[in-house]
Design a protein around this ligand. Structure first.
Ligand code: C2O
Ligand code: CU
Length: 571
């Protein structure tokens, strides 16, 4: 049956759409795209540190049809490109896979049909292409695109595949925000390099072992005993014991470290902004729009200006807030975006400011009873992972701003930015009984409600109805597992949601409170960040597209090792 949908599907998968005469396409009811972009994923090299170039994986983008400004590279960066489109446009994005392995692209935050969303079940084999085509239905905002092949997302993003997808609309235009060179993307990442300027990720040896795992984690060493209450009390974690004894020798060798990294998340010790270390942004004495994306695999940022001045937030994952809000710092987990209004007009030319990531209680906690209420700032986990020179929760400078020149420009921050229509909780079909998603850790496997990712699997309690809204509650207090609890930013594909309320387990309040003043829950979100012991209820609406969509943790290693499931929207 050559229904329109069938044809589109077949063509999209085979990339045949391009070869098809426009007349036939029109006859099938598929309008010509307004913008067509070719995106090639390849291996290349980029100057990152001084000396030798760094081997990276990168996208190169080219406008095939439409406004030439639809693709912009980020100057001097192997990240990107920046894709800029307008709401209502029809776009076609042709991914050419020049990597040696399967890849695809997820349009993070966008509301698109399930077969265009970059689900791990839809990939392009090496040397092949995948044609994405959809209408831009989302509001103006800072969206994100990156690969999403199952088990390989962390690796592919790590080596450089990450870009920005910016949408503009009339509402945004009316807000008259700084644009052009005053609209600055800042992609934050942490990376590690070896002595030859190569990016360090999991060793290949470890990757082989890590995928099997089981055996190495058996035995007494990682068993209950070691993590039990008594041992965690006092000085037993001292350097000698962990350094010389347990960490030494074969047991904590490459395979073990890799496996821990795979479970816990990769943390690098260098902070890169737009792919460059020691980033300094040179600005004029006027307002800027700073678009922050945390494209790290597992790094959490707690960002603040070093002079103590507050941050003015104007946007989140799904675009502009209704009105600007102020925070003394902002918390930004992997995959999240925030837009800042930064007015440098009160600084003298020559001033240098630093955006710092402040200390917080870390992303791991052993829970109330075990640790007597305390948390471990990556201590134990860090030692086990072996790669945590800079654990989550450590302070570091993120980037600098140098006020380089004076310039006169209007400096009024708009009072109203956009209209956000709030979902009404009582309209949710499960108002009285929210769907609960417990984050669980079984035998070395992450999951939601005890189930890990299976490519096409959907459980009965993961099926929702098109044209309904629901309350979903994500719970990060369900099970301790043998590694305690970790922070998890939970991302839902295919939609933007609203955060309704949060709560936290008693014993872990302190850890949560070390970052929660930096949450910006006011606007549209596609991720909700949960510290250990935290729960959040979100309002989710299912419109336009039936199908199979993932939801998962955006600590990329967590998603790659099972903290991902599908939900199905049934017509
Ligand atoms: Cu940005 Cu499924 O992820
Ligand atoms: Cu996670």
């Amino acid at each position: 049956m050559w229904t329109r949908r069938n044809v589109l599907k077949t063509l999209a998968a085979g990339g045949g759409m391009l070869a098809m005469p426009a007349a036939i396409r029109e006859a099938l009811g598929a309008p010509e795209p307004d913008v067509e972009i070719a995106l090639t994923a390849t291996r290349g090299e980029a100057p990152v540190l001084s000396g030798r170039a760094t081997p990276v994986w990168t996208y190169s983008g080219k406008v095939v049809k439409g406004d030439a400004r639809s693709v912009q590279s980020i100057p001097g960066s192997y990240l990107g490109p920046i894709i800029r489109v307008r709401k209502g446009q029809r776009v076609r994005l042709v991914l050419e896979n020049g990597l040696g392995e399967a890849t695809n692209i997820h349009w993070h935050g966008l509301h698109v049909p399930d077969d265009m969303d970059g689900h791990p079940r839809h990939t392009a084999a090496p040397g092949k292409r995948f044609v994405y085509e959809f209408e831009i239905k989302d509001r103006a905002g800072t969206y994100f695109f990156h690969p999403h092949p199952h088990g390989r997302t962390g690796r592919q993003v790590y080596f450089g595949l990450a870009g920005l997808f910016l949408i503009h609309d009339e509402e945004e235009q009316a807000a008259k925000l700084p644009s052009g060179e005053y609209d600055v993307p800042l992609i934050l990442q942490d990376r590690s390099f070896d002595g030859e300027n190569r990016l360090v990720f999991l060793s290949d040896e470890g990757a082989r072992h890590g995928t099997r795992g089981g055996g190495m984690m058996g035995g007494g060493m990682m068993g209950g005993g070691m993590m039990g209450g008594g041992m965690m009390g006092g000085g037993m974690m001292g350097g000698d014991m962990m350094g010389g004894g347990m960490m030494g020798g074969g047991m904590m060798g490459g395979g073990m470290t890799d496996m821990m990294t795979r479970m816990m998340g990769f943390l690098g010790d260098r902070i890169l902004v737009n792919g460059r270390p020691d980033a300094t942004l040179s600005v004029a004495t006027r307002p800027y729009r700073l678009r922050l994306l945390n494209a790290s695999n597992a790094r959490i940022f707690k960002l603040a200006w070093d002079d103590g001045s507050p941050l003015t937030v104007i946007g989140t994952d799904g675009g502009l807030l209704a009105t600007p809000v102020q925070r003394s710092y902002v918390t930004l987990a992997p995959g999240e975006r925030l837009e800042l209004w930064a007015d440098f007009s009160r600084h003298a030319v020559g001033t240098e400011l630093t955006m710092r990531s402040l200390a917080f209680a870390g992303d791991t906690a052993m829970g109330g009873d075990m640790m007597g209420g305390g948390t471990m700032g990556g201590g134990m986990m860090g030692m086990m992972m072996g790669n945590q020179k800079l654990p989550n929760g450590a302070a570091f400078p993120a980037f600098k701003v140098r006020v380089a020149r004076s310039e006169k420009a209007p400096t009024t921050l708009p009072k109203r930015l956009s209209t956000i229509v709030r979902y009404r909780p009582e309209d949710a079909v499960n108002y009285r009984r929210p769907r609960v998603f417990n984050i669980t850790m079984g035998m070395m496997e992450w999951g939601f409600n005890g189930r890990s990712f299976e490519m096409e699997e959907v459980a009965d309690d993961e099926i929702v109805r098109l044209n309904t809204s629901e309350i979903w509650e994500f719970a990060n207090d369900a099970s301790m597992g043998m590694m305690g609890m970790m922070a998890h930013p939970i991302h839902i594909h295919g939609l933007q949601f609203q955060i309704l309320e949060r709560s936290v387990t008693r014993g872990l309040r302190e850890a949560r409170d070390s970052v929660s003043a930096g949450y910006v829950d006011e606007g549209w979100k596609d991720e909700v960040f949960l510290m250990p012991g935290e729960r959040a209820k979100v309002l989710v609406g299912f419109k336009d597209y039936a199908g199979l969509f993932p939801y998962h943790c955006h600590m990329l290693e967590h998603g790659d090792t099972g903290l991902m499931r599908n939900y199905r929207v049934r017509a």
